[in-house]
Write a protein that binds this ligand. Sequence first.
Ligand SMILES: [Zn+2]
Length: 459
Amino acid sequence: MFRRKTMITVLATGMLLSSGVVYAQTNSAPHAQASTAFDNKVIKKISAENMYNTIKYLSSVPREAGTEGEVRGVEYIEGQFKSLGLETRRIPFPIYDYKTKKQQAIVDGVDLNGRAFSGSGSGNVTAELVNVGKALAGTVPDEVKGKIALVVRGDITFAEKVQNVAAKGAVGILTYNNSPNGNNFGQANGEIPAVAITQAQGQELVEKLKNGPVTATLDVDIQTIEKTSYVVEAKLKPNKNKDTGEIVTIGAHHDSVPNGPGANDDASGVSAVLELARIFVNTPIDTEVRFLTFGSEERGMKGSSYYVSQLPQSDTDRMVAHFQMDMIGGAEAGEDHPLGGLIMYTIDGHKNLVTDLGASASSRMYDVAVPYGQLGRSDHQPFHDVGIPSALFIHSPVEPQYHKPTDTLEHISKEKLQQVASIVGASAYQIVRPDTPALNRAHVSPASVDYDFENRPVD
Ligand SMILES: [Zn+2]
């Protein structure tokens, strides 16, 4: 799971609940919700032992995106999918690291210990300073052309300030704070060198400029390093004579944080994706199932975003549900909430097809209707953003080992792995099983259940 402290923006309201998928309705009398033969047929085959072995292999080497460790994990995952006879694809995408090699602002021979903005352009420029205040649009004077703009923080973003002075031909931007605290602020996406200094330093320069020209040198060298990360995709196609044309996706992220073993985060989710692939391969289905593992989730869901962005519209239109599993085996996660603290997080905090099926499956298998809540921070986000019902299955609150070097195999609970894989497997199977429409009218149909929203913080 991606670490971000701010709340995700709610992006959509009134998301489509279903795109033609018929699922259990309580239009007849409620049935006893014991595990059905349907659950047993498929779900009993899930082996926590297999999952544990996958985690053991993956977590023995850190899998930071763009490293050899990621490639090692990807090769293993790909190999597993291929050995099941699935149509498997490794999808590369670029990721970028930025390395600041030089960040200097010199005025009258004095180094101001400036900091290059994140996203600053590189270059070494020497020119006169021009005080342009806040650099609001329409206020930047023409005389800044060929000069370095001296700018104060406030009112608009730094990126906008950079844009406004660059548009007038400034060759650099020296920005000072509007409060006494530090000189490390914001993002400045632009081509020209952009350096930040303190409020006191900036105010001194403003005074100095009243007495005549002041020359400054900005020297910024930021190296961009391109690396490659991957998504692994495996397609399980239904029988040609019985194909709904729809697609269900089941995903997890295979990358770990830098130098982290990432046993629970998220080798656990990957292990469930592989295990579900293994059991679905031998199960008749009428809907395509796509098993996905994403790289660069820990860098802000880069892999899943890339994956969704490269899908043809004809695929996106047919996708009816995305199940995301992230951190599903943490022995010490979930405090004393039922079912080890399992919760289904959606981006908008609303129920959808995925959560309906999850609650129904958990209630008949474990007598607990898994609650739902609102959270992004994993790969269900990009799927939601294009209108696909999606949810994150995770134990909340997360375990103390989260994003630490101690996120190792010994803190993995086989029981939790078994539970989550079973619930997600039974939920997905409810959509892809060939007899779904008939089953929904049958006496043995798994019924929908009541389940609650919980405002439960994940960390
Ligand atoms: Zn994480």
